[in-house]
Design a protein around this ligand. Structure first.
Ligand SMILES: NC(=O)c1ccc[n+]([C@@H]2O[C@H](COP(=O)([O-])OP(=O)(O)OC[C@H]3O[C@@H](n4cnc5c(N)ncnc54)[C@H](O)[C@@H]3O)[C@@H](O)[C@H]2O)c1
Length: 388
């Protein structure tokens, strides 16, 4: 029989329910032994609601338990590194939410540290395992798309999501706004699809949210392969969604996510979802009456395929997927976007320890960009008056 792995989760905030959903679906293979959060109210609510055996404000209590094999980090990015190191040192497998850390310097430090614990650290980029992305990678790998020449990637996020998260948009805790915390999924995907980036030019601003970092950005990335990709994202807007076009010489692969506002997608897709719900509910009621076990509702959510990949690696005693080197690409690309948007210059990759924002962007750095934007606006006004 397959082994069951004990899990300790650190951080009971906004993303925790998605992890819980996947663990519940895979309950034959995972058992959440304990949860830790420094916020006592959140901790109590999570522990009691989900009947978790151990609740603690000090995550080190989880590290000391022999019945915990995996530490699952769901804290803000600014505190990932300390917990990753402590957990690896305690002999645990570690899965950490994205981005691995908010700065390139911290990511590189973790890459070095994790070399002592090969294959035990993974970053949660669950989008890599989504059906649409797997399909895209198949089309790319079997060359159905032809040579990739360009593309467009876009993400939007609803207002409520952002307002509920405490550290959202903090340079220190989150590493920035929409680029580092949300669009980082698409940056990761772009590196998978197009390979190494060559240059980026970008612009960003805090157009409407009350946060210290950017809520909107747009950029053009040139990859070493020659492909030119445009991308943008905005947060705190009317609807959440992701869309992309990957443009090849033979085919263009187009993807648009279902909206989370209207329950989803085309009329047909919505009917199918509704039909599945009705059938599942009806079937479960009959099974309950007959005293038979009901199947776990739903499909385990967006994180489930990633957790299955973790299980596969553990079962086969192989390195966990998405190790720290692999997780670095998206943080490097995000840092390049920030550098270009602040300096107004095109930025060349790769970025190493000599890069201007290697240790991250500060609120002061960002304000200096605001002055550049202001002077650009003044220049436009002046040239407009001159033309008039
Ligand atoms: N993969 C995805 O699709 C996805 C989506 C949203 C968020 N995330 C990531 O998940 C992580 C958490 O984001 P969130 O939105 O849930 O944040 P959040 O602020 O809602 O929750 C974070 C929780 O961590 C707790 N915490 C902070 N420091 C701690 C410590 N030292 N020990 C224990 N608990 C601590 C906080 O009290 C809080 O309850 C981030 O890395 C974020 O980027 C991933």
């Amino acid at each position: 029989m397959s082994r069951k792995f004990g899990v300790g989760v650190v951080g009971a905030g906004a993303i925790f329910p998605s992890h819980l959903q996947a663990y519940k679906y895979l309950s034959k293979r995972f058992r959440i032994v304990g949860i830790s959060d420094t916020d006592e109210l959140r901790l109590r609510q999570a522990g009691q609601k989900h009947f978790l055996p151990v609740s603690t404000t000090d995550y080190r209590e989880l590290l000391a338990r022999p019945d915990i094999d995996i530490i699952d980090i769901c804290t803000p990015p600014g505190v990932h590194a300390r917990i990753v190191k402590d957990a690896l040192q305690a002999g645990k497998h570690v899965i950490s939410e994205k981005p691995l850390a908010p700065t390139l310097a911290e990511v590189d430090d973790l890459i070095e540290f994790a070399k002592q614990y090969p294959g035990k650290l993974s970053t949660i980029f669950q989008r890599r395992y989504a059906t649409d992305v797997e399909k895209l990678m198949r089309l790319k790998d079997d060359e159905s798309l032809g040579q990739l020449v360009g593309g467009t990637f876009n993400r939007t996020a609803r207002g409520a999501f952002v307002q509920n998260a405490k550290n959202w948009g903090s340079w220190k805790m989150s590493g920035g706004g929409t680029v580092m915390t949300q669009f980082v999924h698409e940056l990761d995907l772009m590196c998978l699809v197009y390979g190494e980036p060559a240059t980026v030019t970008a612009t960003m601003d805090t157009v409407h949210l009350d946060i210290e970092s950017e809520d909107t950005f747009a950029a053009t990335i040139r990859f070493k392969s020659g492909a030119i990709v445009s991308c943008s994202s905005s947060t705190g807007v009317g609807k959440s969604g992701v869309m992309f076009d990957v443009v090849g010489t033979k085919k263009v692969h187009r993807y648009a996510s279902k909206s989370d506002d209207d329950g989803g997608g085309s009329g047909l897709a919505r009917l199918q979802t509704l039909a599945t719900k009705v059938v599942t509910k009806g079937g479960d009621k009959i099974k309950q009456k007959l005293g038979r076990p009901t199947k776990q509702k739903g499909d385990g959510g967006s994180h489930r395929p990633y957790f299955e990949a973790i299980l596969k690696a553990l079962d086969m005693e192989q390195p966990l997927p998405i190790g720290p080197e692999s997780a670095r690409h998206a943080v490097e690309l995000a840092t390049g976007i920030y550098t270009s948007a602040i300096t107004g210059e095109s930025v060349a990759f790769p970025l190493d320890a000599s890069a201007t924002y290697y240790s991250g962007v500060t609120a002061e750095d960002y304000r200096s960009r605001a002055r550049t934007t202001e002077s650009a606006q003044n220049l436009t006004a002046i040239s407009g008056r001159q033309a008039g």
